[in-house]
Design a protein around this ligand. Structure first.
Ligand SMILES: [Zn+2]
Length: 310
């Protein structure tokens, strides 16, 4: 029977299961709500793990050609220890100290690997996406928060406490908003979807239908030439570029790849970052690329796959 591999992205809202063949071709993609209709029910990790194994089994069973699962890789939002296969703390899911890999191996009877979802994103973009062929790259996702996956000399860097790349909670001088982490002035109080929406509301922008304004609405207003919206993206891009400049000086990457919902703003975000970095590092003008992720919402699945099927 042919062997297949699963690349799975566990998100705060939805969990997506990708099944791949041995040439890493995506065979199917299915999903379910991570915390269920009643949030508290799947906030219980045991119930979630049972459901996950069941959904994965179903996804394999409905494939046109019969196949046998040979391994599963997972991207998880939160602090994980990939060596031990444990989730130390996944705040958005309400889980901590969970022996995730061991629990799933017991249910699936195949090898399981896990990593932080920004690292599965980064590894996918370096192996098969916008930073393909790069030995040194910084790959960031900007959505509810911001974090970076770092690849140096062709290897994914995790740091001594699996915390490398947590740039979102590095503070910026002059910012005064309290971050959900409890600190004041973290980068992600501005450079994140909620941060951009908050600044826009403070600038008097809103939606005509009364719904809460989103970062996507703000980028749409940029396209309409709204000066407040343009100024907000430029400001957020400027703060991020300041942090990236230090990272560039320290790590000398060939590429900076940005994904996540906020990257959909495109050049309203990318052009100012590029401008600031190239101004600070003129010799890198033709050598440092700043670009959007290529793999879209499949990046985390592909990265998780590469963790189990390198
Ligand atoms: Zn913070």
């Amino acid at each position: 029977m042919r062997r297949i591999y699963a690349g799975i992205d566990i998100g705060g809202t939805g969990t997506v299961i990708g099944l791949f063949d041995e040439s890493r071709k995506l065979l199917s993609k299915t999903g379910f709500a991570t915390l269920g209709a009643r949030r508290e029910r799947f906030g219980n990790p045991t119930l979630f793990l049972d459901r996950l194994a069941e959904e994965l089994g179903k996804a394999v069973a409905v494939l046109e050609t019969p196949a046998e699962l040979a391994g599963a890789g997972f991207g998880v939002p939160g602090h994980v220890d990939p060596e031990l296969g444990t989730i130390r703390d996944a705040t958005n899911l309400g889980w901590n100290e969970l022996s995730f890999a061991a629990e799933m191996e017991r249910r699936l009877s195949v090898p399981v690997r896990i990593d932080h979802d920004v690292r599965t994103f980064a590894w996918a973009e370096v192996r098969a996406g916008a930073a393909r062929g790069c030995l040194n790259a910084l790959c960031l996702t900007i959505g509810t928060g911001i974090a970076a996956g770092i690849v140096l000399d062709g290897r994914l860097v995790r740091g001594s406490h699996s915390s490398a790349g947590e740039i979102g909670h590095d503070s910026v001088a002059g910012l005064s908003t309290t971050c959900p982490c409890g600190k004041i002035g973290c980068l992600e109080t501005v450079v994140s979807a909620p941060g951009i929406a908050r600044l826009a509301v403070e600038a008097g922008l809103g939606r005509s239908d009364g719904q809460p304004l989103t970062a996507t609405d703000v980028s749409r207003l940029c396209a309409e030439g709204n000066t407040h919206a343009l100024r907000i993206y430029r400001y957020a891009a400027g703060l991020l570029a300041g942090k990236l400049a230090t990272a560039v000086a320290l790590l000398d990457p060939e590429a900076i790849v940005i994904g996540g919902g906020v990257a959909e703003a495109g050049e309203y975000l990318f052009a100012p970052i590029r401008e600031i970095l190239h101004e600070q590092f003129p010799r890198l003008r033709d050598k440092l690329r700043v670009t959007k992720g290529e793999l879209g919402d499949e990046a985390s699945l592909i990265g998780a796959l590469y963790h189990i099927y390198p």
